[in-house]
Design a protein around this ligand. Structure first.
Ligand code: NAD
Ligand code: ZN
Ligand code: ZN
Length: 346
């Protein structure tokens, strides 16, 4: 089968032919209909050899959806032909966080050598994908796999972040979304769907700000040194109730810290390496700062339910398998509006 692999540190991903995988006991073979392209992969491919945590070659793609093509021995509860989305942050399934569905925070994954597809295990940008356990599959139930596949990360990750801040996002509140890309443009829609907050989107690109407005942002602000002042102006001096930073670089976390309100939340989702000093007097009183990772199985189900209810519609740009390297080039250049989605089986 064809697969898109990261094969050599620092080199671009390559389309290669690899043996067709076969599901072992307990595993499920998925014929991949759609696979999303996340900016995290670009970060992964920028890491030096000394810090690279996975084995190469690595088949990319941690957002996957498809139809079940074969079942390994002992798999029950799903059937060949089912149309499903893959829950990516695989865990052991048995530790305390896993028991609560929070496999993204499995305490044993590292020790057991369990990795998400595309981030250690063979990923979804391939004609077929092995899923380690049927509990990592959510029925699509009528959703189009192409538009739904980004919900497994670009939807789930912001949803988890937003849910934490939801008790604060009441009437009169303001939520700032920094970076209106794959995750950010879904975050705007999720905020509109689950809260009455006024949503302010920030980006460096006018195209992204236009998309932000189209998907429901009330206000847009150019992300520069004056952006925090602009948020203060828009909120009568109080600042933002919650700031979700989908860039996480030094200037954006600084903006987040400078525009958050007293008792507000700063959530750093982007992995741009920025840090925010926390301590008395360096931030407004009682601000909470957090950096979450992905989301829970239950939350993925909720995001898919929101999509079925028509509350979120991912803006996708599709690419054939031969164009998969191009999708990464375009994402790297900031030229993807919404999410790039690869169609490995055409
Ligand atoms: P993307 O490339 O689709 O979107 C990034 C957006 O940020 C673009 O619209 C870009 O124009 C904008 N941007 C860049 N610099 C900016 C700046 N200084 N100010 C404001 N906007 C700026 O990326 P994505 O796939 O949506 O991923 C976003 C980030 O989230 C990445 O860092 C990714 O690695 C990370 N991520 C984290 C998790 C997690 O679990 N914590 C999960 C998925 C992705
Ligand atoms: Zn991702
Ligand atoms: Zn676990």
């Amino acid at each position: 089968m064809k697969a898109l692999q990261y094969r050599e540190i620092g080199a671009p991903p390559e389309l290669v032919t690899v043996p067709d995988p076969e599901p072992g006991p307990g595993q499920v073979l998925l014929k991949v209909s759609a696979a999303g392209v996340c900016h995290s992969d670009i970060a992964v491919m920028s890491w030096p050899e000394s810090e690279f945590p996975y084995r190469l070659p690595l088949t990319l793609g941690h957002e996957g959806a498809g139809t079940i093509a074969a079942l390994g021995d002992g798999v029950t509860g799903v059937a060949i032909g089912d149309s499903v989305a893959v829950y990516g942050p695989w865990g052991c399934g048995r530790c305390a966080p896993c028991a609560a569905g929070k496999e993204n925070y499995c305490v044993r994954a590292t020790e057991l050598g369990i990795f998400p597809p595309g981030l250690g295990a063979p990923g979804a940008i391939a004609e077929y994908l092995i899923v380690d356990d049927s509990r990592h599959l959510e029925p699509l139930d009528g959703l189009d796999p192409v538009r739904a596949v980004p919900l497994t990360d670009a939807g789930l990750t912001p949803y988890h972040a937003i849910k934490r801040s939801l008790p604060k996002l009441g009437p009169g509140s303001t939520a700032v979304v920094i970076g209106a890309g794959g995750l950010g443009h879904v975050a705007i829609q999720l905020l509109r769907a689950v809260s009455p907050a006024r949503v302010v989107a920030m980006d460096i690109s006018d195209d992204k700000l236009q998309l932000a407005r189209a998907v429901g942002a009330h206000e847009t602000v150019t992300s520069d040194a004056k952006a925090a002042d602009r948020v203060r102006e828009l909120t009568g001096g109080r600042g933002a109730t919650a700031v979700f930073d989908f860039v996480g670089a030094e200037p954006t976390v600084a903006t987040a810290g400078a525009c958050v309100a007293m008792e507000g939340d700063v959530t750093i989702v982007g992995i741009g390496g920025g840090t925010l000093p926390v301590g008395f007097g360096v931030m407004p009183f009682e601000v909470t700062v957090t950096a979450p990772y992905w989301g829970s199985r239950g939350e993925l189900r909720e995001v898919l339910d929101l999509a079925r209810a028509g509350a979120v519609d991912v803006h996708v740009e599709t690419f054939g398998m031969d164009e998969a390297p191009l999708a990464y080039e375009r994402l790297h250049a900031g030229k993807i509006d919404g999410r790039a989605v690869i169609l490995p089986n055409g």
